[in-house]
Design a protein around this ligand. Structure first.
Ligand SMILES: Cc1cc2nc3c(=O)[nH]c(=O)nc-3n(C[C@H](O)[C@H](O)[C@H](O)COP(=O)(O)OP(=O)(O)OC[C@H]3O[C@@H](n4cnc5c(N)ncnc54)[C@H](O)[C@@H]3O)c2cc1C
Length: 440
């Protein structure tokens, strides 16, 4: 059997790794449109420093997959303890927000505590993300942090997002909130309190560790965008932008559903187009700012809910290990800005964005002044996060059923259109490879 995998991100690479072990599979080809593998797990070298598309840290509740990743990285990994903050009214509050309410100005702390203890929304069934915040955290924490931060990162009103993400948001215990308001800082999100990161090479080292384990059956074809997919006489035929034609017994798609529906040549019913067009996602700008000195302390990520600051998150890459900082003692900051296609941020030039970012760094006092900046560089990525809007579930079910009936296997963050982290992507790839092997 010959298998074609469209897309060479973490999903494509990990499915190939799992499938290659089966004797009945004779050949596997990965077709990737970029000139290198990795997708969102690419890492870029800038003046000798590697950085990801938003820092990609490794953590998981899935022990089997976490062990696999750790084993694959071998000695090329650091284990780090999270030190993240939320920037609010010129001060740093420990992340997650509800764990250090005592660091808030007095009025805000009282508001958060009172609204949590006397919460009129507690007994309602939460029908959307905003209602979930109000129910679980109360109106105080929702107004001060959860709502503005979520609006800023999603560019979408949480009242129009469903509750699929709530599994990621730990429910605060009453005793913990009381402690946190009284001044005992506690730890939350324990499964990511410690995380791993490659010592060298950024997260793309993980991709390389899969590729290093490929046997001769796996062929990687980069710089090859699939522009046409067709089923002819029980074979899958693909055509790339270079005009290269290929034929496979089975096809796996890890490319965004929006791209798949465009390249698939068949009589696709209109409702599938409509559902794909209605799927929501956000795009991402990352800007690297190398500065002589910063005022962020020994912290890694800082979340910024303030709407007057253009970025929602800033990360200090030096935190990740020795090889992520310059020898001259400067620090490398990465800021992240999300946008929706054609919104006002999307229309801004990189130069204007960088000006806004510098203003934000100065206004927050994360840097003293622009004279501190050694270099700055901006990149954009179209597919970054799936938005769980109120129609997401209905739309993905329609589209997935359609492709399943056509015999096209879907996998990955935008291949399945789910908010999957790296561990979940590898888990889905493993499950799909087992399902394929069972049915050969
Ligand atoms: C800002 C950010 C931070 C993140 N941080 C973390 C983190 O800290 N920890 C964590 O576990 N996860 C994190 N993730 C999630 C992680 O990046 C994803 O789970 C993972 O990279 C998804 O892999 P994928 O292969 O499914 O998708 P992708 O990486 O999107 O791969 C799809 C591939 O298909 C290719 N492609 C598209 N169209 C075509 C075509 N027509 N022909 C051929 N190829 C095509 C693309 O070029 C791409 O390489 C983060 C994601 C983002 C955006």
């Amino acid at each position: 059997m010959k298998i074609g995998i469209m897309g060479g991100g973490l999903s494509g690479v990990s499915i190939a790794y799992f499938l290659q072990k089966n004797d009945k599979i004779k050949s596997i080809e990965i077709l990737e449109k970029e000139h290198e593998l990795g997708g969102l797990c690419r890492s870029f070298s800038l003046n000798g420093l590697y950085h990801d598309i938003g820092p990609h840290v490794i953590f998981s509740k899935d022990k089997e997959i976490l062990d696999l990743i750790i084993n694959f990285l071998g000695s090329n990994k650091n284990k780090l303890k999270r030190s993240n903050k939320i920037y609010y009214k010129n001060r740093f509050i420990k992340y997650p927000f509800e764990n250090e309410l005592s660091a808030l100005p007095n009025d805000d702390r009282e508001y958060c505590l009172n609204a949590f203890l006397n919460n009129p929304y507690e007994r309602y069934e939460a029908k959307n993300l905003l209602q979930y915040f109000m129910k679980m955290f109360g109106k105080g924490m929702t107004d001060i942090y959860l709502k503005p931060y979520n609006e800023k990162i999603w560019k979408f009103d949480p009242a129009f997002m469903d509750t699929q993400m709530i599994g990621r948001i730990p429910q605060p215990l009453k005793e913990d909130i009381l402690k946190s308001a009284a001044g005992t800082s506690i730890e939350g999100y324990l499964h990511q309190l410690y995380f791993y990161y490659p010592k060298k090479g950024g997260i793309n080292s993980l991709i390389k560790s899969f590729v290093n384990r490929f046997n001769k059956k796996v062929r990687i074809i980069t710089g090859s965008e699939v522009v046409k997919l067709q089923s002819v006489n029980n074979k899958w035929k693909t055509k790339t932008d270079k005009g290269v034609l290929k034929e496979y017994d089975l096809i796996i798609s890890t490319i965004p559903l929006q791209s798949l529906i465009k390249i698939y040549k068949s009589n696709i019913p209109k409702k599938n187009f409509d559902s794909v067009n209605d799927l929501k996602y956000i795009s991402l700008i990352i800007t690297i700012v190398n500065v002589k000195k910063d005022n962020i302390g020994d912290n890694f990520a800082v979340m910024v809910p303030d709407k007057d600051i253009i970025f929602h998150r800033l990360s200090k890459l030096n935190f990740l290990g020795k090889s992520y900082g310059m020898k001259d003692g400067s620090t490398t900051l990465m800021v992240e800005i999300t946008y929706l296609k054609d919104d006002l941020i999307d229309r801004m030039s990189s130069k204007d964005l960088e000006e806004k970012i510098i203003e934000g760094l100065e206004n927050t006092k994360f840097i003293n002044d622009r004279e501190q900046i050694n270099f700055i560089e901006t990149k954009r990525f179209e597919y970054a996060y799936v938005i769980y809007d109120l129609n997401h579930k209905k739309n993905v079910n329609i589209v997935r059923n359609y492709f399943a009936n056509q015999g096209i296997k879907l996998c990955g963050r935008f291949g399945e259109f789910e908010y999957l982290n790296m561990d979940a992507v590898i888990r889905h790839a493993k499950n799909l490879s087992e399902e394929i092997v069972e049915n050969i």
